[in-house]
Design a protein around this ligand. Sequence first.
Ligand code: AMP
Ligand code: MG
Length: 407
Amino acid sequence: MDETDPNMLTVEQALERVLAACAPVAGSEALPITDALDRVLAGPVTARIDVPSSRNSAMDGYALAASDARAGTRLRVAGRSAAGHPWEGHLDPGECLRILTGAVVPESADTVIMQEQVRAEAGFVTLETNPGAGAHIRNPGEDTRAGTVILDRGRRLTAADIGLLASQGIGEVTVVRPPKVAFFTTGDELVPIGQPLGPGQIHDSNRYTLRALLSRYPVEFIDLGVIADTEGAVRSALTYAGETADLMLTTGGVSVGDADFVSRLLQSEGETDFWKVAMKPGRPLAFGRFGQAVFLGLPGNPVSVMATFSLFVRPALLRLCGTVPERPWTLRARLLQDLRKNPGRADFQRGILEQRDGEWTVRSTGGQGSHQLRSMSIANAYIVLPRESTGAAAGDEVEVIPFQSVF
Ligand code: AMP
Ligand code: MG
């Protein structure tokens, strides 16, 4: 393929087309919040109650009226309020209340002084500072007000969200059903784990990578195994997946060689949208539809599988799951060595990102062949070199995408 082919799409253009083709799947289910981490809300959630529900203390100390809050004042300790054990009495002028963090502040008090700022003797305390009026008081609804929408439809639930729901007494949520993702790998050279390799054979690693990558997402996956390089075998796998899945992923067989039945059948019996993206690694990539499924045909080389997964499959999955994928987070890092590249394709080189003397630095993992899966295993970030660049020099600032934001 020609590096300067003007018909090649940029990564951004290709992603736009992928996202345009992926609509959130229909259907939802109710789940206990204990099973809802990473799932996507099918509708908004509204707060039922004020949190906190009552005025309470942010500190261990003494509750008092602001009119008594002067350094040097000596107050009688009239009672005690602990979390879960409110005090039922009323404070008169000259009185205060022993109070612990999270305990209800009575109506007759509006200020809390920290215990470190009083001198305590039997039944009395003397204030050593002047706490500002209203100090260390948490007001009802300061966290969440009843009636406000606390989580929107399309929200992918985080640990904080699960806690927030629990704080509202909400134990169950309605989430989008998991999209069905069917996948298979292709290649007559592929041997399953557990069988010895014959001449020219390799173990099928892509399918295991895909399973591992997919297991991070709220999807139901259908592993169709290794498919031989014959038209009939590829057709029946495509047909089955096209009838069953919302999204279909394949690896290998998308070039223009005579054993590349995936791209050929997609063109003749499905719909092909694009299959040239100006990126490295990751070409060729086929995209379209087969049957009812959105189709992404990933390259065969293991590094290309991961690169195209992170840049295209992940956003497609999140879209199908009913949420809006964030753009990958990038940061600028100081490059520790020279890197060469040819113009024409954006490079996603595998890098090791680390802080040195308070600065982010990045260096290459070494060999960048798309068959060198160890480069992915060692790396923790992509070094992004733009399409037209010819490389970067040691000391340059380069754009880096941490893997944590794309896998
Ligand atoms: P292909 O696109 O089918 O020509 O494959 C490109 C390269 O990736 C070849 O060297 C294949 O042997 C290799 N490859 C294809 N599928 C897999 C797989 N499932 N696991 C590991 N390597 C693969
Ligand atoms: Mg092949």
